[in-house]
Design a protein around this ligand. Structure first.
Ligand code: NAI
Length: 209
């Protein structure tokens, strides 16, 4: 099976495998069976075998999985070592929190620029990166060729900025803005984040305990 044929639900589970395996590696665990992995992660053992078979297995009958090797393989599949150059647009409450707390470098990205339209923010440092005025976005992108953007701006500002970024070569968006990027740009990769969806899912669960 080629990577492109792997279902979205499997892809969505990979970061969770990666996180769990990373914790096991840190705790010195060298190997684990699919049964143990399933107990820890809450997926069935057969689900885990099926998921990992999509990428060629990695396990050995009677031995289980080598934690370090599986961690590295899943990291490769996710592309965590690639370091896509990334810009963040909107250095308000959300943008600063994302810039300051997200370990981009450990997840396949390198944050190289932060932009905002508010001139009063220009020059302030977030994680040692200066906030730049949005007017400098074009020149910055021409010079540095970022391929990913994180949008932390209101949806009404997002369309114009997205069109500009796509025309400058950005191919992936981590989109907090609530603007529907895919409608205008079906060929770019978009990961929409809606914290409110997660909150409403909690609402459903708590009301159905
Ligand atoms: P904020 O008002 O603190 O920050 C927004 C920043 O974007 C401001 O600094 C503003 O100057 C800047 N900005 C606006 N238009 C811009 C443009 N065209 N170019 C560059 N910078 C621009 O707001 P906050 O709390 O940081 O939220 C930002 C957006 O994210 C809001 O629209 C909010 O609805 C959304 N949001 C989404 C969440 C989610 O889960 N997807 C969670 C929280 C907020």
């Amino acid at each position: 099976m080629s990577k492109k044929d792997v279902s979205l639900s499997v892809i969505k589970r990979l970061p969770r495998y990666y996180r769990f395996l990373g914790e096991m590696k840190k705790n010195g665990v060298q190997r684990i069976s699919s049964g143990e992995l399933s107990n820890r992660m809450g997926f069935t053992a057969s689900q885990i075998r099926q998921d990992l078979n999509c990428f060629g297995g990695f396990g050995q009958q009677g031995y289980g999985y080598n934690v370090e090797q599986l961690y590295a393989e899943i990291g490769n599949i996710l592309g965590v070592n690639i370091k896509n150059k990334t810009v963040l647009i909107g250095a308000g409450n959300l943008g600063r929190a994302v810039a300051a707390h997200m370990s981009f470098e450990e997840r396949g990205f390198q944050l190289i620029g932060i932009f905002d339209k508010n001139e009063a923010l220009a020059g302030q440092l977030v994680r040692n990166i200066p906030i730049r005025h949005i007017d400098g976005l074009y020149d910055f992108c021409k010079e540095n060729s970022p391929t990913v953007a994180v949008l932390c701006i209101p949806s009404e500002s997002a369309k114009e900025i997205t069109d500009e970024l796509v025309s400058l070569g950005v191919k992936g968006f981590w989109n907090f803005s609530h603007h529907d990027i895919s409608a205008d740009h079906p060929d770019v990769a978009v990961e929409n984040v809606h914290l409110s969806d997660s909150l409403m899912t909690l609402s459903y669960h708590i009301n159905n305990l």
